[in-house]
Design a protein around this ligand. Structure first.
Ligand SMILES: [Zn+2]
Length: 93
């Protein structure tokens, strides 16, 4: 039995259909993520965002977290609106 998922692939910035077997699907449901495959020597996972659905990502950052690209986009927009980040650049020195 295979489960077909519509997944946003962050490596190619496009949606694709991914087939999972029952155990992969179950892990995804239990943990919110499941190992997918190796892309450019990085371990890519299929991750579920409760707001935006499934996407692919590899663990990043010091705490090895997954970041939904759509949530990041929304966060960036919000930070821009609130004046925390600027389009025109910023001097760090
Ligand atoms: Zn999201």
């Amino acid at each position: 039995m295979m489960f077909k998922l519509k997944v946003y692939d962050t490596a190619t910035s496009s949606y694709k259909t991914v087939d999972l077997n029952f155990w992969e699907w179950l892990k995804l449901k239990l943990h919110g993520y499941v190992y997918w495959k190796s892309v450019n020597n990085l371990p890519f996972y299929i991750v579920c965002c409760e707001k935006h659905g499934y996407f692919t990502d590899y663990p990043s950052g010091w705490d090895e977290e997954f970041w939904c690209p759509f949530c990041l986009r929304e966060l960036k927009k919000k930070l821009k609106e609130e004046g925390w980040i600027r389009d025109e650049g910023f001097s760090c020195r």
